[in-house]
Design a protein around this ligand. Structure first.
Ligand SMILES: [Zn+2]
Length: 431
C-alpha cells in the first residue's frame, strides 16, 4: 500500500514505463508494474519523471529588482555591481522578503525545490541576511534554501567587509562566500581566498566563491582555491562559481590546473545564461563566450553543476527560474549537443547540483526523498530541447504545483485537431 503511485513514467536514466511508489515522503518502489493499491494513482504514461531541479547559484536578494533605480546600460558585471550598490542602501526587509517569496513561487512552479542563494553582506545593516533568513524559514516546508554569506563589494575592499561577513555567519548563514577578482589587487584576492577558506574550516562550513568571473586569462584565484581546499581538508565541500577566466586561460596552464581542482574535489558551478551575457563585453570581435570549460572539467571527473544566477536584476534582465533553460543555454555555449552531452547537462541541473549543495536523500532511487517533477516530455533530450510544462511538482510525496499540459488546438485542413508537443515530436532514432 502506497500513499501515491505514479504509473508508466519514463526516468532520466532511460528506463520507460515504470511505476514509482511513494510512501511517507520517500520513494519506496520503482518497478515496471506495481500493484495499484495507493491513496492516489497518477497516470504519468510516457512522461519524464525527474528529481526536482536544483539551482546551486542564485541571488535572491536582488531578484525581481530590474530597473531599480535604473537599467544597466553597459551590460557589464561591473556596472551591475555599481547599480546594486546604488540600490542597496534603500532596501527594506519587507520588500526583500516579498520579492524572494514571489520568486520562490515561480521556482516551485518550474520544479525547482532546492536553491543556494548568495546574500550580499557588504552593507553592515545586513538587512539582506535578515530578510533571507526569514524567507528560508518561510519556504522550508516546500523549498530548501541555502544561504551564502557573499561580500559583493569585496571581503577586504568593502569598509566593513570582514566584520559584516562574520556577523552574517553568526546570524546563521550556511556557506562562506567570496569574490577575489573584485578585491583591489591580485594579492588581496589571493589573501581573501586564504582567509575565507580558513574561516570556513574553523566554523565547519562549506565554501562557495565567486571565482575569476572575468575574461582575464591571468585571473587565477581558482588555483589558490584548490590549494587552500586541500590545505584545510575541505575536499568536496568547496565550490568555485563561474570560473569564466578559464575560458581565456592558456591551454598549457589549464592542463596543470584541472588536475589540481580534481585533487581538491572542487565543485564547479557554471552559470551559462549570465556568463554568455556578461563576459566578452570588453571584446570587439571576435567576442569570447566566457563560459568555463564544462566539457573538459566533466571529462576530468570534476562535479560540474549549472546555476540560474540571476532573474530580472541589475545583472540580467531575463530569467524565468527554469533550470531547463539553463541547460538549454549550456548546450549551445558549451557546444554540447549530443545525446550523451545532454544527459550530462541534465545531471548538472539535478544530481550534480545536489552534490555541490551537499544535499542528502536527493535522487530518483528507492529511499530518496519524494521531491519530484513530472514533465510534459518523454525523455531528457526532449526536456532540454522543449523546456516543457511542469505537469506536477511533488514535495515529500505531495503535489504542490500542478499545470495543465500544453495541447495546442489546430484548425488546419487535413491535419490533426490537437498536438501534444511532449509526445508527437520526438525524433525516430532516440536513444
Ligand atoms: Zn553570482
Amino acid at each position: 500500500m502506497f500513499d501515491t503511485i505514479l504509473t508508466g513514467v519514463n526516468l532520466p536514466d532511460g528506463r520507460t514505463g515504470m511505476d514509482v511508489g511513494l510512501q511517507g515522503g520517500r520513494i519506496v518502489a520503482i518497478e515496471r508494474s506495481l500493484p495499484a493499491e495507493a491513496g492516489e494513482a497518477i497516470d504519468g504514461t510516457g512522461r519524464l519523471l525527474s528529481p526536482a531541479f536544483c539551482d546551486p547559484h542564485f541571488h535572491m536578494d536582488a531578484t525581481l529588482s530590474l530597473g531599480l533605480p535604473r537599467m544597466n546600460l553597459s551590460g557589464t558585471l561591473l556596472e551591475g555591481i555599481a547599480l546594486w550598490g546604488e540600490l542597496r542602501p534603500t532596501l527594506a526587509r519587507e520588500a526583500l522578503v516579498e520579492r524572494a517569496l514571489r520568486y520562490c513561487d515561480l521556482a516551485v512552479s518550474q520544479g525547482v525545490l532546492f536553491i543556494r542563494s548568495h546574500v550580499d553582506t557588504s552593507d553592515p545593516r545586513l538587512v539582506t541576511a535578515e530578510a533571507l533568513i526569514e524567507v528560508r524559514d518561510l519556504v522550508r516546508p516546500y523549498l530548501d534554501l541555502q544561504l551564502v554569506a557573499f561580500p559583493q563589494d569585496g571581503y577586504f575592499r568593502a569598509p566593513e567587509g570582514v566584520r559584516s561577513l562574520e556577523r552574517a555567519l553568526d546570524m546563521g548563514l550556511d556557506v562562506v562566500g567570496g569574490i577575489p577578482h573584485f578585491e583591489r589587487t591580485m594579492e588581496d584576492g589571493r589573501a581573501s581566498v586564504e582567509a575565507l577558506c580558513r574561516l570556513a574550516a574553523e566554523r565547519g562550513l562549506p565554501v562557495d566563491i565567486h571565482c575569476d568571473e572575468t575574461d582575464d586569462p591571468l585571473s587565477r584565484h581558482v588555483e589558490t582555491l584548490a590549494a587552500e581546499t586541500v590545505r584545510h581538508g575541505l575536499q568536496g565541500r568547496v565550490a568555485g562559481s563561474h570560473l569564466t577566466s578559464m575560458h581565456s586561460m592558456d591551454n598549457y596552464y589549464v592542463s596543470k590546473l584541472i588536475p589540481l581542482m580534481a585533487e581538491a574535489r572542487m565543485n564547479v558551478i557554471a552559470n551559462p545564461l549570465i556568463n554568455i551575457m556578461l563576459q566578452g563585453r570588453h571584446d570587439t570581435y571576435p567576442k569570447r563566450r566566457g563560459l568555463t570549460r564544462v566539457r573538459e572539467l566533466m571529462a576530468a571527473g570534476i562535479n560540474v553543476a549549472l546555476g540560474q544566477d540571476c532573474c530580472m536584476d541589475p545583472w540580467y534582465s531575463m530569467g524565468s527560474a527554469d533550470m531547463l533553460e539553463v541547460a538549454h543555454m549550456a548546450v549551445h555555449v558549451a557546444q554540447m549537443g549530443g545525446i550523451e552531452d545532454k544527459a550530462r547537462l541534465f545531471d548538472a541541473i539535478t544530481v550534480n547540483s545536489a552534490g555541490a549543495m551537499g544535499l542528502e536523500g536527493y535522487g530518483l532511487a528507492v529511499g530518496c526523498k519524494a521531491d519530484l517533477v513530472l514533465l510534459q516530455a518523454a525523455d531528457v533530450p526532449e526536456a532540454i530541447r522543449q523546456k516543457p510544462t511542469r505537469l506536477l511538482v511533488l514535495r515529500n510525496g505531495k503535489v504542490i504545483s500542478r499545470t495543465a499540459p500544453r495541447l495546442p488546438q489546430l484548425s488546419l485542413p487535413g491535419r490533426p485537431p490537437e498536438i501534444d508537443p511532449g509526445r508527437d515530436f520526438r525524433p525516430v532514432h532516440q536513444g
